[in-house]
Design a protein around this ligand. Structure first.
Ligand code: BEZ
Length: 202
């Protein structure tokens, strides 16, 4: 299989962590790709995914699949792994959506300064994205710690990768301030071999 991947993308990292945690690293060849919507290039997987987004997984025996939620669930089932525990499936999927939502907001903040010409940037919109992240960090600390501390699942992986992306692209925001218990969880989670092997680069 081929994974259209970018070493800086937190969504791609999620998939690489799942590959690692489920023992499937050797089953996938990583193909460097970008998902720049402003100037799609040959590096965007538009032939395999009309949205041109990453990650996109080209399977050996079927059409390409995307996005990270679909790919992670496919890989979990392919390996017979237990990242989607049935007794707490809705909480797990909601936690995954929560981590992905932090990633969405954090990536949009990056895109605003990377792709939008300075003259038409909208600082209030950027701050609105950060407010969304702040509220979500507070909710994670207030309501989700016991789930985060339980057996490994896809929700934890999404949140771990989202927090790693905040460190990578938004270090000045100091997300740990006021979220000490979540920061302690993140430090422990970040020490997992799968997280160490997938540190963002770019
Ligand atoms: C980044 O450089 O932060 C990035 C790259 C690809 C996808 C998302 C984010």
């Amino acid at each position: 299989m081929k994974l259209f991947d970018n070493a800086a993308s937190p969504f791609c990292r999620k998939v690489r962590v799942v590959l690692h945690e489920t023992g499937q690293l050797d089953a996938v060849e990583l193909v460097h790709a970008t998902g720049n919507p402003v100037a799609p290039t040959a590096a965007a997987p538009t032939a395999q995914n009309p949205l041109g987004k990453i990650p996109t997984l080209l399977r050996d025996d079927g059409p390409a699949i995307y996005d990270s939620r679909v790919i992670c669930r496919f890989l979990n089932d392919r390996a017979g792994a237990a990242l989607y525990p049935q007794p707490r499936i809705w909480e797990t999927l909601t936690l995954e959506a929560t981590g992905d939502g932090i990633m969405d907001a954090a990536v949009l903040m990056v895109y605003e300064s990377r792709f939008r010409p300075e003259a038409i940037r909208f600082p209030d919109w950027v701050e609105g994205q950060w407010d969304k992240i702040e509220r979500t960090l507070t909710a994670l600390e207030g309501r989700w710690l016991s789930h985060l501390e339980g057996p490994l699942d896809i929700g934890q992986i999404a949140v771990g990768c989202a927090l790693g992306y905040l460190d990578f692209r938004h270090p000045d925001r100091d997300w740990r301030k006021g979220h000490g218990a979540l920061a302690d969880w993140a430090a422990e989670f970040a020490a997992r071999p799968s997280m160490q092997a997938s540190l963002p680069v770019g």
